[in-house]
Design a protein around this ligand. Structure first.
Ligand code: NAD
Ligand code: GLY
Length: 370
């Protein structure tokens, strides 16, 4: 097992990465404060992993469960209300601990419930998708979607611990593995060129779930994220670089209807758009751009936006981004490979051209298939 720390003074916490550690009770005992536990999961993950966790913890705790419907389309205030109702009906008090057992959707919602139940109770992240293991379970962003925008309602609230069992990836569908790989590649692009080089070499092994390699990819990703979060917990500055591709990506997810394009797929297509704009601005080379596109392709991710979106759709959706400051759109771009910048200083004609060209390429690709 490997351990990392997210260094946030009194809110610091460990990230454990290892095989089978979902069933290491000692890791939970360290992080559970009282005698009550509420495990929040969904109806896909429950049949796979819930009973074993309930059995393990029931020896020492009063364990209740809350099983949510599966899907990004259920990441709503209504579903958040379901978690609150479960906590109240089972009479959980302020010393209860919420455990999020699942992917980013469960983690974001359970975290938001923990942040707000009786003004805040401890919680533990047990992420079960690659995406949640390398990104969403670390750093304390919690929340739900609004029909008008992704993750528009939420709170910064750090977990007590993140317990990453790499064995849970064995049951993950390949499309979800690819989606998680988008966030892994992101770390190489924004801050770690040697990691980007390593990913180019190891992508086939990673896609076939070689355990040593996937553990290494998770470790390096969590290390990068923990480092950024420790510098800027509440995204006053540098943390925004973690959103490479997300402004374009959130526009895609919202426009296409939550759950139709997976978050990681939208981030992949969005990252290619951000790289394209960075290339048009002369910040990265032809070779950097080509390598990035090839790496996303090797991870079986989309590199073009949805065929049925328009430039106007992007402009309208992106105007709602949380990084908009005083009315001007700020984007995460690259100043060079491995060096992200957050800027509103980009030529509008390049922004329009990169979207127009990508949308046209998407139409051509679609025509070629049909
Ligand atoms: P997800 O939670 O929807 O999980 C993907 C699918 O895999 C679901 O159907 C889920 O039930 C299933 N699943 C989960 N674990 C499984 C397993 N081990 N075996 C089989 N099936 C399994 O999606 P995700 O990609 O994990 O997370 C995406 C969400 O995370 C989005 O809502 C996004 O906004 C959010 N996110 C949050 C942050 C953050 O910092 N909080 C960062 C990135 C993404
Ligand atoms: N996923 C972006 C962040 O955690 O800041």
């Amino acid at each position: 097992m490997r351990t990392l720390t997210v260094d946030l003074n009194e809110r610091s916490y460990p990230i454990y990465i290892g095989r089978g550690i979902r069933q290491q009770k000692a890791l939970f005992d360290e992080a559970i404060h009282g005698k009550q536990v509420m495990i929040v999961t969904n109806d896909t993950i429950a049949p796979l992993y819930l009973d074993a966790m309930v059995d393990m913890l029931s020896a020492d705790y009063k364990v209740d469960t809350c099983i949510l419907p599966d899907g990004e389309e259920f990441k709503t205030l209504d579903t958040y209300g379901t978690i609150m109702t479960s906590l109240l009906e089972a009479k959980h008090n302020r010393t209860t601990t919420v455990i999020a057992l699942g992917g980013g959707v469960v983690g974001d919602m359970a975290g938001f419930a923990a942040a707000t139940y009786q003004r805040g109770v401890p919680f533990i992240q047990v992420p079960t998708t690659l995406l949640s293991q390398v990104d969403s379970s670390v750093g304390g962003k919690t929340g739900v979607n609004h029909p008008l925008g992704k993750n528009m309602i939420g709170a910064f609230y750090q977990p007590q611990a993140v317990i990453i069992d790499t064995d849970s990836l064995l049951s993950l569908p390949q499309r979800e593995l690819s989606a998680g790989m988008a966030e892994v590649i992101k770390y190489g692009l924004i801050c770690d060129v040697p990691f980007f080089d390593w990913l180019e070499q190891e992508m086939p092994a990673l896609m076939s779930l070689d355990n040593d390699k996937i553990s290494e990819a998770i470790y390096r990703s969590c290390l990068a994220k923990a480092n950024v979060v420790a510098q800027d917990e509440r995204e006053g500055g540098v943390r925004a670089i973690l959103n490479l591709g997300h402004t374009f990506g959130h526009a895609i997810e919202t426009q296409m209807g939550y759950g139709n394009w997976l978050h990681g797929e939208a981030v992949a297509a969005g990252s290619v758009l951000a790289m394209d704009l960075s290339w048009r601005m002369g910040n990265i080379t032809d070779e950097d751009f080509r390598r990035t596109v090839d790496l996303f392709k090797a991870a079986k991710l989309p590199i073009l936006p949805p065929v049925n979106m328009t430039l106007a759709n992007f402009v309208e959706r992106m105007a709602l981004d949380k990084k908009v400051l005083d009315g001007s759109l700020r984007l995460v771009l690259l100043g060079a490979l491995g060096e992200a910048i957050v800027t509103s200083d980009f030529p509008m004609e390049d922004f329009n051209a990169c979207l127009t060209d990508a949308l046209e390429a998407s139409k051509q690709a679609n025509l070629a298939i049909s």
